[in-house]
Design a protein around this ligand. Structure first.
Ligand SMILES: NC(=O)c1ccc[n+]([C@@H]2O[C@H](COP(=O)([O-])OP(=O)(O)OC[C@H]3O[C@@H](n4cnc5c(N)ncnc54)[C@H](O)[C@@H]3O)[C@@H](O)[C@H]2O)c1
Ligand SMILES: [Zn+2]
Length: 359
């Protein structure tokens, strides 16, 4: 088992990562909780809820709440239902919530924890690779019909317990999704790691490799959010690849491709802008091959229109005084934020679309 400590303005917390941790939860949870509510989704429930319940049974009375799997559960309706559950099972200030699932559950259960009784303790138990990103940093939220994550708060867990064995049941598309954010963290921080990832194939990933990549990803995220918890400055770097990714997700409709897959495509555009407009020499060819070899849905680029993407990017949170800002790289591990002219964005997007469609 490995661990990282994350510092936040409210408290420090540990991220534990290892194989089979779900069977030993009592060892990692402070004593003295009056009761525990495990919140999970309908898919994760079938795989892991029983193990988690059994493992917690010595710690305190355990209750469970299950929401349907999928992003649409990050909603006002499910939020309200979960608050009802908290009241029904009489959670008090000394109770604990456990978020057992991917980023959807982490964000939803974290938001419930942050507001019930003005905030009670919660633990993240991530079950997706992508959740290495969402379980650290304290952002919790639900969606509004008009936009993602519009209702939320900053609220850190008391612990993150990452049982790497739970990744074994992930479908391929979720492995790709998780690695979209993993490779983003590598591009932001470590040239050697990035090159190592580019040489590998996700279908041949070993458990040890996965554990190490997740750990490194968490360290990158933690070190950035520790310095800038509320995104006044360098936390923006974590948006690498996301300006186009968010526009693609919104345009295609959420769920058409996964978030991390959209990020992986967004990173390709980031490389193109960095190289073509700013003279960087990022390994775009190697990256394209990696995307191909791992079946990333790069062809979505042929289904989008640059002018519509531009319109959506104007809504990006980094857009200030109507200027579109991008996170780019001078070189691997050297990010910066820069404003890009709309005409240049349109041109580079069209060029990339042509390249991808083989014209
Ligand atoms: N708070 C943050 O900083 C932050 C950062 C990034 C993403 N997010 C949020 O995270 C969410 C996306 O997270 P996600 O990609 O983990 O999605 P998710 O939680 O919806 O999980 C994806 C799918 O995988 C299934 N699943 C989960 N674990 C599984 C397992 N071990 N085996 C088999 N199937 C499993 C789920 O049921 C779901 O169908 C979005 O809502 C996004 O906004 C938050
Ligand atoms: Zn992301």
């Amino acid at each position: 088992m490995a661990s990282v400590t994350v510092r936040s303005s409210s408290h420090d917390y540990e991220v534990l990562i290892g194989k089979g941790l779900r069977h030993h939860l009592v060892e990692f949870i402070s004593s003295g909780y009056t009761s525990i509510l495990v919140i999970t989704d309908s898919t994760v429930k079938d795989y892991y809820l029983q193990d988690v319940k059994e493992s917690l049974s010595e710690a305190a009375p355990v209750f469970t709440a299950v929401v349907p799997a999928g992003e649409s559960s990050k909603s006002m309706v499910r939020y309200e239902e979960l608050l009802d559950s908290c009241v029904d099972v009489k959670l008090d200030r000394k109770s604990l919530i456990i978020a057992l699932g991917g980023g959807m559950i982490g964000d939803l259960a974290g938001f419930v924890s942050s507001t019930y009784l003005r905030g009670i303790d919660y633990i993240q138990m991530p079950t997706t690779i992508l959740a290495h990103d969402s379980s650290v940093g304290g952002k919790v939220a639900i969606n509004h019909p008009k936009g993602k994550n519009l209702i939320g708060s900053f609220y850190h867990p008391v612990k993150v317990i990452y049982d790497i064995e739970t990744m074994e049941t992930l479908p391929e598309s979720e492995i790709r999704s998780g690695y979209g954010e993993v490779i983003k963290h590598a591009f932001l921080s470590d040239e050697d790691w990035a090159h190592r990832l580019l040489k590998g194939k996700l279908s041949e990933l070993s458990v040890n490799q996965l554990e190490s990549d997740i750990m490194k990803g968490i360290q990158v995220k933690a070190s950035i959010v520790e310095k800038d918890e509320r995104e006044a400055g360098i936390r923006k770097y974590l948006n690498l690849g996301h300006t186009l990714a968010h526009a693609i997700e919104a345009e295609l409709g959420y769920g058409e491709i996964t978030h991390g897959e959209a990020v992986a495509v967004g990173l390709l555009f980031m490389m193109k802008l960095s190289n073509e407009l700013k003279g960087a020499q990022l390994p775009i060819q190697a990256y394209k091959e990696w995307l191909d070899n791992n079946n990333y849905p790069v062809s979505v680029l042929t289904r989008i229109r640059p002018d519509r993407m531009l319109e959506r990017m104007r809504l990006d949170k980094k857009t200030l005084r109507r200027k579109i800002n991008f996170v780019l790289l001078h070189e691997l591990s050297d990010p910066y934020v820069v404003e890009i002219e709309e005409a240049q964005l349109l041109e580079q997007m069209s060029l990339l679309i042509n390249e991808v469609s083989g014209e």
